[in-house]
Design a protein around this ligand. Structure first.
Ligand code: URP
Ligand code: ZN
Ligand code: ZN
Length: 459
């Protein structure tokens, strides 16, 4: 396949020209490339070619006890493909209390195998730490699971001592830990207090999980990671200025193995959404914050203080599962859809909006997540011999985002009505076009499990 006359966001720099794909990899870049016999030639004048998106924060088929996320590995990855994302690293759900990581890895292989249409990996998850779990971490490296997540709240939370033991071991092995940071004690105290006084509307979801709750847990984990010989720590779904300030302060003290992810919802939406009649749509943890936090996070992206954009894609139908919370927000399953709109939103509000550059978008949405989670240089980059995963964005295409345009198995998008200037019009995975003009063209089960290597922490 030969892509002609596009603006190409390659690793070596952005250039106007051509890109050749041979088999499953990029094989030649340049200007004025001539087609060889039998080659498909696609003229992309006026379009932009970026590396396929790498979303390292999805929750397909997530079982949260009261409900199950409504996108499975088929529908979720079809949505990813149509939105320009060609690799996902999914966060496993907790299994039966006290189970091994491998127990869940096996369950997840069954969920994804034969269904996924983009390439995928899994982050391990743990609800306790003991000698057996610490031993498993090493064995799982050979199986391509080189990152694990722990939670400081929810039923599967671990203690500070467990987190510290985990960090020390992860640091020794060179793997990376992701943390969901919220102060469980304060969250539960506030939820009980609000509930007692009848404050059960969606806005109290935000009031029960203030930014300080998240920032306190971020800071605590930063210091634990420092005591654990600066073990690599990845902070998921950062929402607020206070937490970002603590991350920056730690880096200024010299703690380098510290990485932060934010998500489009924390850049583009704010807590006023909870006051709307359908406020339950936005019940996610951590909650949406203030407009000033949106702005601080954009600044963090501009300055390189935040490394990645994930989505935390975790959909539930508004008319069904979310209604469990109609009389009490604490009963609603937490999470919202987002895997499909990420690239369009970041192009439109980031690049076209003048907040970040095209190379910054590529770093945030593809290259940095690939590096941190052991996928680079196979994934996340346009470079010779890298997998020919790419997305074509039409910067002229104006779209009013609405749920019916999307393939996510959900009855709403949190971004309903947002005006987009730029839209993904073609996606390819390993040299094969899998989505075009909003239509999925790929094949169920073609997505491959990616045995990930160790994280690359310096770039
Ligand atoms: O509300 C959310 N974010 N649900 C998904 C699980 C998590 O905390 O990442
Ligand atoms: Zn989380
Ligand atoms: Zn999540």
């Amino acid at each position: 396949m030969l892509l002609k006359n596009a603006l190409i966001a390659a690793e070596s720099g952005t250039y106007e020209g051509d890109l050749r794909i041979t088999g499953e990899v990029f094989s030649e870049t340049g200007r004025g490339l001539l087609p060889v016999f039998g080659e498909e030639v696609i003229d992309l004048t006026g379009k932009i070619v970026l590396p396929g998106g790498v979303d390292v924060h999805t929750h397909f088929d997530l079982d949260v006890g009261i409900a199950r996320a409504t996108d499975d590995f088929y529908t979720g990855t079809v949505a990813a493909a149509c939105g320009g994302t060609t690799t996902v690293v999914d966060h496993m759900a907790f299994g039966p209390k006290g189970c091994t990581i491998r127990h869940q890895a096996e369950a997840y292989h069954k969920l994804a195998d034969g269904k996924a249409v983009v390439d995928y990996g899994f982050h391990g998850v743990l609800d306790h730490v003991d000698a057996a779990i610490l031993n498993e971490l090493e064995k799982l490296i050979d199986e391509g699971i080189t990152s694990h997540k722990f939670y400081l709240t929810y039923a599967g939370k671990i203690s500070d001592g467990e987190a510290f033991a985990l960090m020390r071991k992860a640091g020794e092995l060179g793997i990376i830990l992701a943390v969901h940071p919220e102060n469980d004690g304060v969250v539960n105290f506030l939820r009980a207090e609000l509930s007692k006084s009848g404050k059960t509307a969606p806005i109290y979801h935000a009031r029960s999980r203030p930014a300080e709750c998240e920032a306190e847990a971020i800071n605590r984990m930063i210091l634990l990671a420092h005591m654990a010989n600066d073990a690599p720590l990845y902070i998921v779904h950062l929402t607020n200025a206070l937490g970002l300030g603590l991350i920056k302060a730690a880096r200024l003290r010299g703690q380098e193995n510290l990485f932060a992810e934010t998500c489009p919802q924390y850049l583009l939406l704010d807590e006023s959404k909870y006051l709307e009649p359908d406020g339950l749509k936005y019940v996610m943890s951590p909650p949406l914050r203030e407009k000033s936090d949106n702005e601080a996070l954009w600044k963090g992206l501009q300055n390189g203080d935040i490394e990645t954009i994930g989505t935390d894609h975790c959909p539930f139908f508004y008319e069904k599962e979310k209604q469990l919370g109609k009389d009490d927000f604490t009963k609603a399953p937490n999470g919202a859809p987002g895997v499909e709109a990420r690239m369009a939103l970041m192009y439109s509000y980031g690049v076209a909006g003048g907040r970040i550059t095209l190379p910054q978008m590529v770093q945030l949405c593809s290259t940095a997540p690939a590096k941190l989670f052991g996928l680079y240089p196979k994934k996340g980059v346009i470079k010779l011999q890298s997998d020919a995963d790419f997305v074509v964005i039409d910067p002229q295409k104006r779209v009013a985002l609405t749920q019916s345009l999307l393939h996510e198995n959900c009855d709403y998008t949190p971004y309903e009505g947002l005006s987009l200037s730029g839209w993904p019009v073609m996606t390819a995975l390993r040299g094969e076009i899998i989505a075009k003009d909003g239509e999925f063209l790929g094949e169920k089960g073609r997505g491959k499990f990616l045995k990930r290597g160790l994280p690359r922490l310096i770039w």
